[in-house]
Design a protein around this ligand. Sequence first.
Ligand SMILES: NC(=O)c1ccc[n+]([C@@H]2O[C@H](COP(=O)([O-])OP(=O)(O)OC[C@H]3O[C@@H](n4cnc5c(N)ncnc54)[C@H](O)[C@@H]3O)[C@@H](O)[C@H]2O)c1
Length: 449
Amino acid sequence: MRIAIIGTGYVGLTTGACLAAIGHEVTCLDNNAAKIETLRQGKVPIFEPFIEEILEEAKDRMRFTQSYAEAIPGSDVVFIAVGTPSMADGSPDLRYLREAAAAIGEHLGGGFTVVVNKSTVPIGSGNWVESLIRESRGGRNGKVEFAVASNPEFLREGSALQDSLYPDRIVVGTDSPRAVDVLSNLYRPILEQSFTAPSYLKRPEGMAAAPLVTTDLASAELIKYAANSFLALKISYINEIGRLAEKVGADVTLVAKGMGLDARIGTRFLQAGLGWGGSCFAKDTAALVATAADYGLGMPIVSAARTVNQQQRERVVEKLLGELKIIKGKTVGLLGLAFKPNTDDLRDAPSLDIARALVARGVSVAAFDPVAMERAKSEWAGVSVKYCETAEQVAEGADAVVLVTEWAEFQDLDWEAMAKSARSPFVLDGRLFLDAARLAKAGWRCARI
Ligand SMILES: NC(=O)c1ccc[n+]([C@@H]2O[C@H](COP(=O)([O-])OP(=O)(O)OC[C@H]3O[C@@H](n4cnc5c(N)ncnc54)[C@H](O)[C@@H]3O)[C@@H](O)[C@H]2O)c1
């Protein structure tokens, strides 16, 4: 099938690469000229494990363009994967969606096209996109047939390709049976797991199929927000338990293990620490609360999860004050900047709030991240951070080191040498990730968030 993808970011590029890898002809469109040029040169603008490999494998079936006239006419399916960031009141900024829908409308050609919202969009956006497309066509609706569907994306950055090829489920919401047929055909190799698994992305053992959940538009849109908010509150729940565990002398990691092995609860998203970050949880929980407010409803559970998450970040300064007493004029090293390992994404990363809070209190901040340094230098131009060349350098002359992102390699640093180079070898483990006994042996005083 011929596919166009509007927005070639983390979601658009992953979706495009996976659809091309299973045999479709894919045109990825973005209005960011630099991004398209990078991709045309065979380079990848994001960090995501195995993205280079899959793009190389699928390159004969992939094109990159800035031109709607090139991408849209003749496409069977047009995915919208543009960003939907939060506005100040928590509601999503839909300007990119509006622009994309209008441009799609202007360029739809003959034949039946399914326009799919893959971006996370508020409930009602499917109908809105349909009306925008009709509006932008003016009086030219005559020969064009299209339907709008919602196909929310559940990938996790860092394992985006694995999640796209081997999903727990695919959700399609639409009022058009014809669109369901088109999208079932599009996803058939994934639904039936009939494609040849790439050697670097093995099919999970025992996986024979992925379920397709078909719904109306509004239900599909709500599924995405409800799922993300639930995962977010699971994290905040264990962090709330973690605070009590600290007071009563319990170990929250053991509590999480004992809870999570109950199949009704599950171990995932029960890791205590600095809490969630990234492009989705903060914005999607805020959007859910804002949507509910439009209907006169409060969302007290989701709102509380947001508050707990913000407080986890503030605990870094509290814990450093508890240990160092005075932090003004001191030096703190941050290990990790990305909001989680295996991505270079800095959107809503706890590291930024932490760095800002420390700088505001007169602390010198040094930092290192294996992949997100260049992005930080360009995106955080106003934040005064010294970027180190190695993780070990973060400890040099430091009064404290904070582990912010649980990159696997941070466990194997030369912690003995780092303790010697630190002014005061104190480490605050923000992810309950480091081996405290080993660190203590290496000369560090250790605390957990
Ligand atoms: N990143 C994730 O992990 C993830 C997971 C699930 C869902 N989502 C949702 O998917 C959507 C996209 O997220 P992302 O992380 O890929 O965002 P992103 O910012 O990485 O990518 C969005 C891209 O859209 C482009 N764009 C904006 N307006 C455009 C237009 N009018 N025409 C063409 N291109 C345009 C931007 O230049 C950018 O490259 C969001 O709604 C997000 O909530 C993201």
